[in-house]
Design a protein around this ligand. Structure first.
Ligand code: CA
Length: 428
C-alpha cells in the first residue's frame, strides 16, 4: 500500500486526532537526556522513530548508497539527495511502521533502541536555514494591511496582482518552536512625536505563515520551471514571522522591511513531506489578470490546511484560539513563488526557506496577524478572561497549529510556539 493510503495503520496506536499518523511521517531533529547527540527522526503517534538507528541497520538506505545522512544535526544532507530518495525512504519507513510488518513490530530490542516516547524527545532546528525569503501572497492580508496602513482608498499595491511580492529576510534568526522571543529594541516614530525614538518595540505582532523547505537547487542565471519548482520542495512547516510593526513603519521606506522582521522567526520542529500533502491539494483563488507565462501553473497548486493561532497571557492557564484560517486562501502558490524567485536568475539552494506570507481569510475570525485582528490597534481583541490585546505584551505566549484533515486521520504540523521576554534596557 502506498504511504498516503487512508487505510494504512501502524502497530503503534495513533489517536484519530493525533498530528502524526502513519500517513504523515514528518521529519525532525531530536536528542534525549540519555543520548544528547542530535539525529533525525520521524514522528509517529506519541513516539519518534530514530532514523539514525534505522539507517544503521541498513533498513532505509537506498540500494548502493553507503553514506549516512540521519546521524547529522540537520536534515540538509538528506534533503540534498532529492525526491527519488525522499520517496523511497518514506515508503520504507512507512512499511517498517505498518501493523502488518513484523521487522520492527516483533523485534523488542530494535524497538527499544529506535522508538522514543515523544515526551522524552527534545526537538531542535530541523535543518540549517541557508537563506530565508518572505513573501506577501495572501490577497486578504495584503488588502487589510493596505487599508490599515495607507487608508481605505488604496488597498493592493499596483504590482501586487502581477507577481508574488517578497523580500530577502534573515536566516540567522530562524528558531525552533519553544525558543523565547526577546522584545526587540529599535527606532520608531509614533505619529504624535517630531523626532524618532530608540527603545522597545511597542507594537509586537505575529504573522501566521507556512514555511516551504527547499531540498533542491537552481543555478544562477537559470529560471525555474514549474516541474523543477515542484521537485525542489521537500516539505512544509508552520512559520511565525514575528514582526515589530512600529519599527517597520519607520524603517520600511524606500527599501522595504529590514530589522522589524529580522529579530526572530519561529518554525515548527516538524517538516511535513510534500508527498504527505498530495491528497489535500485544492484549487487556489482565480488569478485575474492572468499571470505571465513564467508564472503559469497546473491546477490544484494550493493545499487545504486548517490553521489556528492560540494566545495565552501570563494570567491565563490555557491557550485561547484567536484565529482560525486556511492555507488554501493564498493567492500565489508556493510553486509560483519559487518560479518567480528564479525568474531573474537568482540561484536557490538546499536549505532555503520560503515564508508564504501572512495567511488571512475573508472574515474577522480568519486573520493571520494582530495588526489585522485589532485593526491597527484601534479595535482590541477580547480574551476569554476579559483581558484585551492590540499587540503582544511581555509574558504573552503564542502558538500556531495546523493540520490537513483526511478520512479518519489528520496530517498535523505540531506547534510553532514562543513567549515574549521583556526588552533589554536601551543604552543611555
Ligand atoms: Ca511575513
Amino acid at each position: 500500500m502506498p504511504p498516503n493510503d487512508p487505510a494504512l495503520r501502524s502497530f503503534i496506536a495513533v489517536a484519530p486526532d493525533s498530528d502524526f499518523p502513519i500517513q504523515n511521517l514528518p521529519y525532525g531533529i531530536f536528542s534525549t537526556d540519555a543520548d544528547p547527540h542530535r539525529r533525525a527522526c520521524v514522528a509517529i503517534g506519541d513516539f519518534v522513530l530514530d532514523l539514525e538507528v534505522i539507517e544503521a541497520t541498513g533498513l532505509t538506505r537506498p540500494a548502493g548508497e553507503t553514506d549516512t545522512v540521519f546521524n547529522e544535526d540537520g536534515l540538509n544532507a538528506y534533503m540534498a539527495l532529492g525526491p527519488a530518495v525522499w520517496k523511497s525512504t518514506r515508503a520504507r519507513v512507512s512499511e517498517l511502521l505498518r501493523a502488518d510488518t513484523p521487522i520492527l513490530r516483533d523485534d523488542a530490542a530494535l524497538r527499544k533502541l529506535a522508538l522514543v516516547p515523544r515526551a522524552q524527545a527534545r526537538m531542535h532546528m530541523p535543518f540549517a536555514v541557508l537563506a530565508f525569503t518572505d513573501f506577501f501572497s495572501s490577497k486578504q492580508h495584503a488588502g487589510n494591511a493596505g487599508k490599515i496602513i495607507r487608508g481605505n482608498e488604496s488597498t493592493l499595491a499596483p504590482n501586487w496582482l502581477s507577481m508574488p511580492i517578497g523580500y530577502n529576510s534573515r536566516a540567522s534568526t530562524v528558531v525552533v518552536s519553544g525558543t523565547e522571543i526577546r522584545r526587540p529594541l529599535g527606532q520608531r516614530k509614533p505619529r504624535n512625536v517630531e523626532q524618532p525614538l530608540f527603545g522597545p518595540c511597542a507594537n509586537l505582532d505575529c504573522e501566521l505563515e507556512m514555511g516551504v523547505v527547499l531540498g533542491g537547487r537552481s543555478h544562477m542565471g537559470d529560471m525555474i520551471a514549474e516541474a523543477d519548482a515542484e521537485r525542489m520542495i521537500f516539505g512544509f512547516t508552520l512559520l511565525n514571522d514575528w514582526s515589530a510593526r512600529d519599527i517597520q513603519a519607520w524603517e520600511y521606506q524606500p527599501l522595504g522591511p529590514f530589522l522589524a522582521k529580522a529579530f526572530a522567526t519561529t518554525i515548527s520542529p516538524w517538516i511535513v513531506p510534500a508527498e504527505a500533502l498530495e491528497p489535500f491539494r485544492v484549487e487556489g483563488p482565480a488569478q485575474d489578470p492572468a499571470p505571465f507565462p513564467y508564472l503559469r501553473q497546473s491546477p490544484k497548486r494550493n493545499y487545504d490546511i486548517a490553521l489556528d493561532i492560540l494566545l495565552k497571557t501570563k494570567s491565563m492557564s490555557e491557550y485561547a484560539r484567536v484565529s482560525q484560517t486556511n492555507f488554501k486562501y493564498m493567492y500565489w502558490s508556493s510553486v509560483q513563488q519559487l518560479m518567480h524567485h528564479g525568474c531573474t536568475g537568482c540561484a536557490m539552494n538546499v536549505g532555503d526557506l520560503l515564508g508564504s506570507g501572512t495567511i488571512s481569510g475573508d472574515t474577522r475570525g480568519e486573520l493571520g496577524s494582530l495588526l489585522e485582528m485589532s485593526w491597527g490597534g484601534s479595535n482590541p481583541l477580547e480574551l476569554p478572561n476579559g483581558e484585551k490585546r492590540t499587540f503582544l505584551e511581555d509574558g504573552d505566549s503564542l502558538m500556531f497549529r495546523g493540520h490537513a484533515q483526511g478520512e479518519g486521520y489528520r496530517i498535523g504540523f505540531g506547534e510553532a510556539e514562543g513567549s515574549i521576554l521583556p526588552a533589554h534596557a536601551p543604552p543611555k
